[in-house]
Design a protein around this ligand. Structure first.
Ligand code: NAD
Ligand code: UDP
Length: 350
């Protein structure tokens, strides 16, 4: 049991992480500006807690921009004043659209890098030195070697991925500056998808979604007429792109394990760990599984390849298994069932 600051706690991954940490007896402080999320997520979290008999008063919510250092300091100070000193941080807050990062790199460097720098300065001032950081598989360069292990070349090709790689570098420098004090884990996510099995919380992208799974849900509920499949001529089993889709509940379990490890071990650590399901799934396989799980038809059409796409990517997850004692438990079928449960009952999000 610990007191954990979750930055970006209202977001897709952050909200599922808050819930899981509450379920396992931790106290949560959420910091979010709601630039890409809604405060209403906390009503849904409260509802799930009530249904499960979990004390939802153990979550404290702050509206705060991570770029506003003084406000971040106030959160740390308040927690001390309330005798609830923050012991560790999971840092989700950030911007995540590759496309937007190409159009507006300033914003991405400012929020993703500058925001993290602020957080780290405040953490150091308040003597809080346990951090789990949301990194991404986009930091890996193009490769022919699969599955992708953590020691693959780091060579991001877009500003979003570059900010994530730069933060990892910054975190390594910070760890090395006080190696006996900091414990840092960079979790490199592949493709997080699906929703909590209750269907009460899920992904609520603002604007038009770009990612496959939310688009399939919008085709299923008739909001989008058909799925445009970007490429039928990739060098893959069926010509469509292959990715490593991981159920959101498995992903956040990885965070819980990473925190538990940090709090249980005597030594400090700096680690980079992939979180994925460990195998590749094609667009057509995803569509077929969704249709089967939800007894529906997804209208689709083949379009040219999308700029910047790669044929395939999937993770080597042996390090997560070995170090965290973690492995994904949910199938692609669960992803499709749980994800649709949320999307069909909340077509307009929160
Ligand atoms: P999300 O947009 O749903 O959540 C991010 C949260 O951060 C949002 O609630 C947003 O309002 C908040 N935020 C953004 N800028 C902020 C700021 N300046 N101050 C305070 N809060 C701010 O995204 P997500 O999918 O939950 O992703 C969480 C993290 O995981 C991000 O850092 C993202 O880059 C990383 N990640 C996500 C994926 C993915 O596919 N979802 C993959 C790899 C890595
Ligand atoms: N994709 C697609 N149609 C869409 C969105 C995505 O065919 O409308 C494909 C995309 O080309 C890729 C896979 O689905 O092969 C996953 O795309 P997503 O954007 O979800 O993840 P990323 O490519 O960022 O890993």
């Amino acid at each position: 049991m610990a007191i954990i600051l979750v930055t970006g706690g209202a977001g897709f991954i952050g909200s599922h992480a808050c819930l899981r940490l509450l379920e396992t007896g931790n106290e949560i402080i959420s910091l979010d500006s709601y630039v890409n999320s809604s405060k209403n997520v906390f009503k849904a979290i409260n509802k799930i807690c009530e249904l499960k008999g979990i004390n939802h008063e153990l979550i404290k919510i702050y509206e705060c921009d991570i770029l506003d250092k003084k406000s971040v300091e106030d959160i740390f100070q308040n927690s001390i004043n309330n005798n609830k000193e923050i012991q560790g941080v999971i840092h989700f807050a950030g911007l995540k659209s590759v496309k937007e990062s190409e159009a507006n790199p300033h914003k991405y460097w400012e929020v993703n890098f500058g925001g993290t720098l602020n957080l780290l300065k405040v953490m150091k001032n308040f003597n809080c030195r346990k951090l789990v950081f949301s990194s991404s598989a986009t930091i890996y360069g193009e490769t022919n070697k699969f599955p992708i292990a953590e020691d693959s070349q780091i060579k991001p090709i877009n500003p979003y991925g570059k900010t994530k790689a730069a933060v990892e570098q910054l975190l390594l420098d910070i760890y090395n500056s006080e190696p006996n004090k900091w414990s840092i884990t960079n979790l490199r996510y592949f493709n997080p998808v699906g929703s909590h099995h209750s269907g009460l919380i899920g992904e609520d992208p603002k604007g038009v979604p770009n990612n496959l799974f939310p688009i399939i849900c919008k085709v299923a509920n008739g909001e989008i007429e058909k799925l445009e499949i970007y490429g039928c001529d990739w060098p893959t089993i069926d010509g469509t792109g292959i990715r490593d889709y991981i159920h959101i509940e498995d992903l956040v379990e990885g965070h819980k394990k990473a925190l538990e490890l940090m709090f249980s071990e005597k030594k400090t650590s700096y680690r980079c760990i992939n979180l994925g399901c460990g195998h590749g799934v094609s667009v057509l396989e995803m569509v077929k599984t969704f249709e089967k799980a939800n007894n529906c038809r997804i209208k689709k059409v083949f379009e040219p390849r999308r700029e910047g796409d790669v044929a395939k990517t999937y993770a080597d997850i042996s390090l997560a298994k070995k170090i965290l004692g973690w492995k994904p438990k949910r199938s692609l079928y669960d992803v499709c069932k749980d994800g649709w449960k949320w999307a069909k009952t909340n077509p307009n999000g929160y």
